[in-house]
Design a protein around this ligand. Structure first.
Ligand code: FMN
Length: 167
C-alpha cells in the first residue's frame, strides 16, 4: 500500500485536529504517519509517496519565531510556541531522487477574511525545491485565534484527505 507522511504545526491544537482528520481521509487508500513538525524527519524515507504539510496562517503566511512567540503570549502550548515551525522545516527537507508529491493545508480565521495562506506559501516553497504538487493549497477555518474550528471543518478535512489519496 502507498504511504503518506503528514507533517503539521499547531500552536493551539486546531491544525493538529485538521491533520488527524486529513490522515483519516488519506487512510481510505494509503498508510499514514502523522508527526508534529518538531519531530519530523529532515530526510524523507523512500517509502513516502505523498507528503502533506499543514500549519496555522500567521501574519498572512507561514509562522515565524516572532509570531509563534506571540501565539505563546496568547495561551498557545509553550513548547510548540518556542519550537521550530513549518517554514523552517520545508526549507530544509530533502528526499531521494524520486521526490514525493506534496499537498498543503492551513488554518486561518474565517472572519475577518484576511489575505494570505500558510498552505500556499508552503506549497510554493516545496515546489521551488522540486516537489510536484498533487493539488492546490487548501484552507480550513477557525472562529478566532485560539479556535475553535468552524463546524463541519473536520468532515471537510477528511474528504480533502480522501481526495488527495485518490488522485
Ligand atoms: C501571531 C498570529 C498571527 C495570525 N495571523 C493570521 C492571519 O494573518 N490570517 C489569519 O487568517 N489568521 C491569523 N491568525 C490566526 C491563526 O491562523 C489561528 O490562530 C490558527 O489557525 C489556529 O491554529 P492552531 O490552533 O493550530 O495554532 C494569527 C494568529 C497568531 C497567533
Amino acid at each position: 500500500m502507498k504511504h503518506a507522511l503528514v507533517v503539521f504545526e499547531s500552536m493551539f491544537g486546531n491544525t493538529e485536529k485538521i491533520a488527524e482528520a486529513v490522515a483519516d481521509g488519506l487512510r481510505t487508500a494509503m498508510t499514514v504517519d502523522v508527526v508534529e513538525v518538531g519531530s519530523a524527519p529532515a530526510v524523507l524515507g523512500a517509502d513516502v509517496e505523498l507528503l502533506v504539510v499543514g500549519g496555522p496562517t500567521h501574519a498572512f503566511g507561514l509562522s515565524r519565531p516572532s509570531t509563534r512567540a506571540d501565539a505563546g503570549k496568547q495561551g498557545a502550548d509553550a513548547k510548540r510556541a518556542s519550537g521550530t515551525g513549518l517554514r523552517e522545516w520545508v526549507d530544509q527537507v530533502s528526499a531521494g531522487a524520486a521526490r514525493p508529491a506534496v499537498a498543503a493545508f492551513d488554518t486561518k480565521v474565517r472572519r475577518p477574511r484576511l489575505p494570505g495562506s500558510a498552505a500556499r506559501a508552503a506549497l510554493h516553497r516545496l515546489r521551488r525545491a522540486g516537489f510536484p504538487a498533487r493539488t492546490s493549497a487548501q484552507n480550513f477555518y477557525v472562529g478566532g485565534t485560539p479556535g475553535p474550528l468552524v463546524e463541519g471543518e473536520l468532515d471537510r478535512a477528511r474528504q480533502w484527505g480522501a481526495r488527495c489519496a485518490a488522485q
